[in-house]
Write a protein that binds this ligand. Structure first.
Ligand SMILES: Cc1cc2nc3c(=O)[nH]c(=O)nc-3n(C[C@H](O)[C@H](O)[C@H](O)COP(=O)(O)OP(=O)(O)OC[C@H]3O[C@@H](n4cnc5c(N)ncnc54)[C@H](O)[C@@H]3O)c2cc1C
Length: 462
């Protein structure tokens, strides 16, 4: 094994050139830092994750000066969502009154290769293709990593003032830097609809009904990604009857104009699955290291919020590190990391709460209907909800108000449609269910005074 020597420390060593790691490297390099990135596979990946970037994520790319990351990959602008509920639908648009950006749909691999191309071209970033096998810990501080590169037959230690662990959803190192309580909610099954239209071009489609939810959005000019949720801890079994099952279960839910493309995709059978996790952030402060991206925090991908959360974190962490005068000063670095952990929820909590909250709603028949009727009222009911979904509005109180108002509206509709004691009981259950969904989500975000007051208010409701 070769050893670069502890005295040859780079400013920052990043484990994983994924969405968060590669973007952080790009941003820190702009600040003049000396960086090493170790990535186990630099080839373009073919995945079903991270293919819709919400406007809030695009806004963060703009702030960092990286909007070119979506260039030349046939990325599709996305202007909002068509919410499809049983036989009806309602179009909600992202805010655009004050020059807010739109979202983008793209193939994740192509987008990531754009970011990697950028970092590979920076003179102060060294990108190594290799697998990190351990974090080096000396006197209770992380001082670097060991990586190996099978192709080159190399095993080497690299040392850094700050090691950023951003090795993604299946992280091997998160236990060292956090107390993870990771839960698999289910799996997304992904397939591609080719050369077809959907009810609204350049829009996401959320399809809800008496079937597991699915989302559909454009990823190139001639392909739409369909993600279908399979609840439970095990992936769907892609056995010989699976195609038949898919057709029976989902055919009617796919909008008519896209149905023949759906038949074709099912027939081709190029299915991919990926687990959907919930992982509240619970970092442990450790000198010399910081945890970032899906390694730190995950939410359900139904609302496509992961990359937006990651870019919020990248920008916040870089801004804190930019204020560190001397990267060799571990106390200053530690201060920047501490501040990041203590404040990051301000940029990510609404994205997290909405994602897992909406996931709870779509599986509850009454709340699902209430949600559709609520946003279909248009006006602020649609606009404000959509601004939170977009990742542009981070007002947690507003999110909570809409969540409870949605359940109450559902109650009113139910009571006014049928007047019986049973209905009143069911309606009360609806509000109770909504509170039951949102309370643990609020509790798992970083507690602040606002959270406490909200939880007290929720307790008064039920
Ligand atoms: C099914 C699904 C769909 C999703 N859809 C969306 C969406 O539409 N929009 C959205 O915003 N978010 C979406 N997400 C979430 C989004 O994909 C993630 O939040 C985002 O990719 C996280 O970025 P990351 O950098 O943490 O992880 P990744 O992008 O996965 O990067 C981790 C990197 O670390 C590397 N690595 C791992 N271990 C090692 C090691 N030991 N040594 C060296 N390198 C290593 C990996 O090769 C990889 O390149 C989805 C998630 C799922 C599960």
């Amino acid at each position: 094994m070769s050893d670069n020597g502890i005295n040859n420390k780079v400013d920052a060593l990043i484990v994983g050139a994924g969405i968060a790691g590669a973007t952080l490297a790009a941003n820190l390099a702009k600040m003049g830092k000396n960086i090493v990135v170790v990535e186990k596979d630099l080839n373009e990946r073919d995945v079903i994750i991270g293919e819709l970037l919400q406007p809030g994520g695009v806004q963060k790319l703009q702030e960092m000066g990286f909007t070119s990351f979506v260039d030349n990959i046939d990325a599709q602008p996305v202007y909002g969502y068509d919410i499809i509920y049983e036989e009806r639908d309602y179009l909600i648009s992202y805010p655009n009154k004050n020059g807010e950006p739109c979202g983008y749909g793209f193939r994740n691999g192509a987008f990531l290769q754009n970011i990697r191309k950028y970092i590979l071209a920076q003179p102060n970033i060294r990108v190594i293709e290799g697998t990190v096998t351990q974090l080096i810990e000396e006197e209770k501080a992380i001082t670097g990593v060991t990586y190996n590169c099978r192709k080159m037959g190399i095993e080497e230690n690299i040392y850094a003032h700050l090691t950023v662990v951003t090795d993604g959803p299946l992280s091997n190192f998160r236990e060292k830097l956090s107390k993870p309580e990771k839960k698999v909610n289910g799996y997304f099954l992904g397939l591609l609809l080719k050369n077809c239209e959907l009810p609204f071009a350049n829009h996401g489609h959320l399809v809800m009904g008496d079937h597991p939810p699915m989302v559909i959005y454009p990823v190139t000019s001639n392909a739409w990604r369909v993600l279908i949720d399979f609840k439970g801890e095990k992936p769907p079994r892609l056995g010989k009857d699976f195609k038949k099952f898919l057709l029976e279960e989902f055919e009617d839910a796919i909008p008519l104009i896209a149905r023949s493309a759906f038949y074709e995709a099912v027939e081709q059978g190029k299915f991919k699955t990926f687990p959907n996790h919930r992982l509240p952030a619970s970092p442990i402060k450790k000198s010399g290291a910081v945890l970032l991206g899906d390694a730190l925090n995950m939410r359900h991908p139904l609302t496509g919020g992961g990359m937006t959360a990651a870019f919020n974190d990248v920008l916040r962490l870089s801004d804190n590190l930019d204020k560190v005068a001397d990267f060799g000063n571990s106390r200053q670095i530690g201060g920047a990391v501490k501040k990041f952990y203590e404040t990051r929820h301000l940029g990510t909590q609404t994205t997290n709460i909405l994602a897992d909250g909406l996931y709870g709603v779509v599986y509850n028949p009454d709340l699902r209907k209430a949600f559709f009727e609520y946003v279909s009222r248009g006006d602020k009911y649609a606009e404000e909800t959509c601004s939170i979904l977009a990742g542009l509005n981070k007002d947690k109180k507003l999110l909570l108000n809409h969540f409870i108002a949605m359940a109450r509206y559902g109650t009113q509709l139910k009571v006014s449609s049928e007047k019986s004691g049973v209905v009143v009981t069911e309606s009360l259950t609806m509000v109770k269910d909504a509170v039951g969904i949102i309370t643990p989500l609020l509790l798992s975000e970083k507690p602040d005074r606002g959270n406490k007051l909200m939880l007290e208010a929720l307790n008064r409701i039920i």
